[in-house]
Design a protein around this ligand. Structure first.
Ligand code: AMP
Ligand code: MG
Length: 477
């Protein structure tokens, strides 16, 4: 494995060079053979013991140059000028078969200059959660970071209770965040800010260099587009990120940091599970507004690149002002695909969401039933029991001669399987109790085909309304 280090070349203002902690007897808990193949790592390691040492950070991969990245961020609306990787190490970048560049990062691998009061550690439960949730999102077709490994450190981590410690190895197309830009903007370090912006363009959005408009304005336009695409996909599958701070907003447009995330069961835009989100800032239905707010913070940072030749304010303001309309258009199109409709019918959609809210209907189950109802009388009966006359109004809008195509279109947007909260928590508990990953492995098989109604999926489909009424997630991963 040959790691490269383009981020390191940006210079020492961007990070702290920092070695991971060493654990005496780490052991491999989860290993992602698909990511292994993607990164061309097959045959690289002699044993699981060796893998455990490398991916807990206990032994340094030969070409790695570990560093902890610097960044700032707005947390729940409040600016913190210095966050940074308090428990993560970027080992380097790796090129996959297609020539795509991936960051290889350890999380839970020890303290850094950015740890503040944190212990630099990660508990096993949240590490498993990140593995499951990111795989689920990947197979649902939502842009996301992925995990290569979860390694047990053999040491204890103390949160409210004592837990087993773990290190997650994750890949991301980069770990550059809105907060990385804010870090340099807040310091007034314009040289580094410009370097970061140029690096980001080259790595993620090289096409902006072909366009006439200012490249930083185009960068903002591209990031806005990716954020809209991302959050619309979250809304499609019922995902609640839970902590959409600007330091958890990846410039690449990938879902990152699965701390307190959860899936919405019964439809309600106000759904919040995170124990620290007391005002519902990051509720399911607020995510569009927050993405808008976050890209406005990104624009503010970029505005510092204004000079005599380029006035960025006006074109950037236009882009930020245009966010809501663009978002709504993408959202409405996506929801119409969920309903198999080619022509926009706002009233039909809003009546459905009102009915789901009023009757506390499960979001995933409702759309799954609607999809099935086109070819299955039992599903049609069931969904009519729940949605009444609305079903007739909806089916009148569908193209009768094209029912198979309509159903296929709907199925692409409507999963049968999502990583339901009660299932994920049950699996984590089982892993913690048995020390074995079998329950995760079984679930992953199901998550790999979320749009297929297979026999093995049966036990994972049930909605979790009662469980969700009391469900709480935590940041303290
Ligand atoms: P998060 O909410 O996980 O995105 O983390 C927010 C900030 O807190 C980041 O700067 C993290 O690196 C830092 N952080 C979270 N947990 C720990 C920990 N256990 N030790 C050190 N830093 C941490
Ligand atoms: Mg974070």
């Amino acid at each position: 494995m040959q790691l490269t280090h383009t981020y390191l070349e940006l210079g020492e203002r961007f990070f702290e060079l920092n070695s991971p902690a060493s654990f005496r007897s780490p052991s491999l808990f989860l290993w992602n053979t698909e990511v292994e193949e993607q990164l061309n790592l097959s045959g690289e390691f002699n044993s699981e013991v060796e893998q455990a040492h490398y991916f807990s950070g206990s032994r340094q991969l030969p070409s790695s140059k570990p560093l902890s990245m610097a960044y700032a961020g707005h947390q729940f609306g409040h600016f913190n000028p210095q966050l940074g990787d308090g428990r993560a190490h970027l080992l380097g970048e790796i090129l996959d078969e297609q020539g795509n560049r991936w960051d290889l990062q350890l999380k839970g691998s020890g303290q850094s200059a950015f740890s503040r009061n944190g212990d630099g550690r990660c508990a096993l439960g949240p590490a498993i959660r990140e593995f499951i949730m990111s795989e689920a999102m990947y197979y649902l077709g939502v842009p996301t970071t992925r995990c290569l490994a979860v390694t047990k450190t053999g040491e204890s981590v103390y949160r409210q209770n004592q837990h087993e410690g773990a290190v997650v190895t994750r890949i991301a197309s980069s770990h550059i965040r809105v907060g990385t830009f804010q870090y340099f903007a807040a310091k007034g370090d314009i040289e580094s800010l410009r370097r970061l912006a140029d690096y980001t363009i080259e790595r993620h959005y090289p096409e902006v260099l072909q366009q006439k408009e200012d490249k930083y304005v185009q960068l903002l336009a591209s990031v806005i587009e990716q954020q809209i695409e991302l959050v619309v996909q979250w809304l499609r599958v019922g995902f609640i990120h839970g902590v959409m701070n600007t330091d958890n907003t990846a410039i690449s447009g990938e879902t990152i940091d699965y701390g307190p995330c959860a899936m919405m069961g019964a439809y309600d835009p106000k759904t919040v599970y995170s124990s620290i989100d007391r005002n519902g800032r990051y509720a399911f239905g607020n995510q569009a507004q927050i993405a808008h707010w976050n890209v406005a913070r990104f624009a503010e940072a970029l505005l510092q690149l204004t000079n005599d030749d380029n006035d960025l304010l006006e074109p950037m303001q236009i882009l930020i002002d245009g966010f809501s309309d663009k978002f709504n258009q993408t959202y409405v199109e996506m929801m119409h695909q969920k309903l198999g409709l080619k022509t926009i019918n706002h009233e039909l959609l809003s009546t459905l969401t009102s009915l789901m809210l009023e009757h506390k209907l499960d979001y995933t189950e409702t759309f799954d039933l609607l999809t099935r109802s086109l070819t299955c009388n039992k599903a049609l009966e069931l969904v009519t029991e729940r949605l009444g006359d609305w079903v007739k109004l909806w089916s009148n809008e569908l193209d009768e001669n094209e029912i198979d195509n309509v159903q296929q279109l709907m199925r692409k947007a409507n999963p049968v399987i999502i990583p339901r909260n009660h299932i994920v928590e049950g699996i984590i508990e089982e892993c913690e109790a048995t020390g074995k990953p079998d329950a995760v492995m079984a679930f992953l098989k199901v998550l790999k085909a979320p749009y297929q109604d297979t026999e093995i999926a049966e036990n994972y489909k049930m909605s979790d309304h009662e469980f969700n009424l009391h469900y709480q997630t935590f940041c303290g991963t």
